[in-house]
Write a protein that binds this ligand. Sequence first.
Ligand SMILES: [Zn+2]
Ligand SMILES: [Zn+2]
Length: 297
Amino acid sequence: MRSPVPRFRDVERQAGGQHPAQCLPPFHERQNNMWFIRDACGIVCAIITWFLVFFAEFVVLFLMLIPSNNLTYSLVNGTLFNSLAFLALASHFRAMCTDPGAVPKGNATKEYIESLQLKPGQVVYKCPKCSSIKPDRAHHCSVCKRCVRKMDHHCPWVNNCVGENNQKYFVLFTMYICLISLHTLVMVVFHFLYCFEDDWTKCSSFSPPATVILLILLCFEALLFLIFTSVMFGTQIHSICTDETGIEQLKKEERRWAKKTKWMNMKAVFGHPFSIAWFSPFSTPEHGKADPYQYVV
Ligand SMILES: [Zn+2]
Ligand SMILES: [Zn+2]
């Protein structure tokens, strides 16, 4: 859908002033390049996230599973916990190191706009902050210093914007952290019951006070993460189903794009058709290969 009403905020009608040499290659040519945002706060948050997962891994393995007398219990829970931890960290890595859909910086040159062969009356929007031609539904991120297509929000925990190309990995990250937190809480409850029945010196290789402190810390971490990621996961699924990004919901932007079914919207983010690949952070969905330059008229 194309809007007849031009948007004038953070937009310049006159493009130019940039040399063509400053233009980066088109988006699809840069997809294989490594993407990493050099933001101190984001890097610290991402390191904290990994540290918390490894802390949980340590407590679960060395306090609960290895000292357990039940080998089947340890093997089943160990496999489940480690698989979820691996998938969560892989999703985090891909969400952090995937270009979220950044528009080439400084491509708003006179030559480039002329090469687009726009129809009379067609308006091209230029971002005044990064001098790029702003496709419809793109927003400028002040942390990434780039315009990002279908930007949902900038997440310091993954040190990246959540946009068109990495939303799948972000959703998987919240889902796996949510599941691992739930699994951890169940294991902690079982462990406490086991320790109360048994002698505390036998239920862990650590001293009883250290065991209790570590288990309480793990419980607190799992509960906090469970609440945070389940809310985030729900919000993301809602925004995917309604095809409205977090920013569009906040700004209450007028809908200029075609309405599709919830299932179609899910497939647009996770890939066509539905398969096990939806849950894999290693499978790249097909989207993003379409023309990223959809101009508003
Ligand atoms: Zn911009
Ligand atoms: Zn950003």
